[in-house]
Design a protein around this ligand. Structure first.
Ligand code: NAD
Length: 260
């Protein structure tokens, strides 16, 4: 149980991050939500966590491109709840373009949000975990931490990079009861993915089934999406005592994508 512990989940106002935050709250953790969105939606998600799971939840609006705001998010967690025990670096964005046309500012943005923010948050959170003598750091990486796809250079670089960052930190923290691991989903069914389907159907003249199987799930042998609840369940396992000897690992949850 995570009762009395504090979990900070970046990019948790939607999709995978929100499901992970809800899963950790279900296990008893007080949670710090983070991310953008309509204030009434964020408040509804925050309030639902408190009501459904009997924990406390707060929202930090920290922008993951800003190291000072990342520090403030971790400080807010420690001030509000007295500790920072679980850190899930999940915020992420995508941009698709050939390398030679890739806008420099998009490269910098993706590296900042998908990679550097994890470093800044770890730098701020690890002293709190060391003080408590326990900690769990989890990164939402991707199948693109293991294999590449064309036109996703910044995303693939950031996701490969976060695995290296995690391995180095896992070794540094091996004797401190702080584990550092990555979860690498394939295609996950999120509102974002769902919203792309009608446009792709129109643009390519395909049926919904063709878009799902031949476009979105082309690389995923099971031809099924991962669910956000499945990712959350793996994150909850990594926070459990059963996972105390799991560190420096990268867990695929990709319907067989990276086995090919
Ligand atoms: P999403 O778009 O639903 O959620 C992204 C979250 O990050 C949102 O809460 C958003 O507000 C937040 N965010 C974006 N920019 C931010 C910034 N500058 N500062 C703070 N928060 C910011 O996406 P998702 O699909 O849930 O993705 C979450 C993570 O999972 C990402 O790291 C993504 O790369 C990874 N991932 C997703 C899939 C998939 O198929 N959906 C597959 C593999 C990996």
């Amino acid at each position: 149980s995570l009762k009395g512990k504090t979990a900070v989940v970046t990019g948790s106002t939607s999709g995978i991050g929100l499901a992970v935050a809800r899963g950790l709250a279900r296990d008893g953790a007080n949670v710090v939500l983070n991310g953008f969105g309509k204030s009434q939606d964020i408040e509804a998600a925050r309030e639902a966590i408190e009501r459904e799971f009997g924990v406390r939840a707060i929202h930090s609006p920290a922008d993951m491109t800003r190291p000072d705001e990342i520090d403030a998010m971790v400080a807010l967690a420690a001030e509000t709840f007295g500790s920072v025990d679980v850190l899930v670096n999940n915020a992420g964005v995508q941009f698709v373009s050939p390398v030679e046309e890739f806008p420099r500012e998009k490269w910098d943005l993706i590296i900042a949000i998908n990679l550097s923010s994890a470093f800044h948050a770890m730098k701020a959170a690890i002293p709190h975990m060391k003080k408590a003598g326990w900690g769990r750091i989890i990164q939402t990486a991707s199948a693109h931490s293991i294999v590449a796809s064309p036109f996703k250079s910044a995303y693939v670089a950031a996701k490969h990079g976060i695995v290296g960052l995690s391995k180095a930190a896992a070794l540094e923290l091996a004797k401190d009861k702080i584990t550092v691991n990555c979860i690498s989903p394939g295609y996950v069914w999120t509102p974002l993915v769902e919203a792309q389907i009608p446009d792709t159907m129109k643009a390519r003249g395909l049926t919904k089934e063709q878009v799902m199987n031949d476009v979105l799930l082309a690389a995923q042998p099971t031809k099924e999406f991962v669910t956000v609840e499945q990712v959350a369940a793996l994150a909850a396992f990594l926070c459990s005592d059963a996972a105390s000897q799991v560190t420096g690992a990268n867990f695929s949850m990709d319907g067989g994508w990276t086995a090919q």
